[in-house]
Design a protein around this ligand. Structure first.
Ligand code: AMP
Length: 190
């Protein structure tokens, strides 16, 4: 079982790289953002609960987020391992993940940090809109600034947290996509 956490600001390429690794290693990508967007699209009570927080570029509460991951990682399609794309995003979530993994007998293999300068991210998100046509309400430039601020204040503390555990690998996310992938494969020893 190969369990990986992806860390990086919005637009760093976590989703793109997660999909590539998912196919190459037979893992399951779990994106909490995508799960929340699916709940919103389906009009569920959970979707209704998280929509305004997400649209504002803020983080959904730890309890709700931990719960959606806890229910998901025990599904049969996660048996080879998971790529956590966008979770954990706070220290309490990282602690909850440790507890879940201990409870289920899972092990975290590596934490991959995609490093991209803030100035480049805004441009990337705008490109994502132009290319995919999948504009998200939170891709608005003002909201993106809030998401970046949330990353720096709430998620960046995870870097020393995982470094202390000897799990953190820093990757230059400003390289071309295939070079980033090659670096990840090297770390995962493929
Ligand atoms: P993403 O698709 O990863 O950019 O996530 C989109 C939005 O979903 C974020 O801006 C948050 O509002 C919410 N979200 C996703 N993952 C988490 C998480 N681990 N903790 C709290 N909120 C999250």
């Amino acid at each position: 079982m190969l369990n990986i956490v992806f860390l990086g600001p919005p637009g760093a390429g976590k989703g793109t790289q997660s999909k590539i690794i998912e196919d190459a290693f037979g893992l399951k990508q779990l994106s909490t953002g995508a799960m929340f967007r699916a709940e919103i699209a389906a009009g569920t009570p959970l979707g209704l609960q998280v929509k305004s927080v997400m649209d504002a570029g803020s983080l959904v509460s730890d309890d709700i987020t931990d719960d959606i991951i806890r229910r998901r990682i025990t599904q049969p399609d996660c048996k080879n391992g998971v790529i956590l794309d966008g979770f954990p995003r706070t220290i309490p979530q990282a602690e909850a993940l440790d507890e879940m993994f201990a409870e289920f007998g899972f092990k975290l293999y590596a934490v991959l940090q995609l490093v991209v300068d803030d100035a480049i991210l805004l441009g990337r998100i705008q490109e994502r809109d132009a290319q995919s046509g999948e504009r998200r309400p939170d891709d608005d430039p003002e909201i993106l600034k809030k998401r970046l601020a949330a990353y720096h204040s709430q998620t960046a503390p995870l870097l020393p947290f995982y470094k202390a555990k000897g799990l953190l690998h820093k990757i230059d996310g400003m390289m071309p996509v295939d070079q980033v992938t090659a670096e990840i494969f090297r770390i995962l020893k493929k």
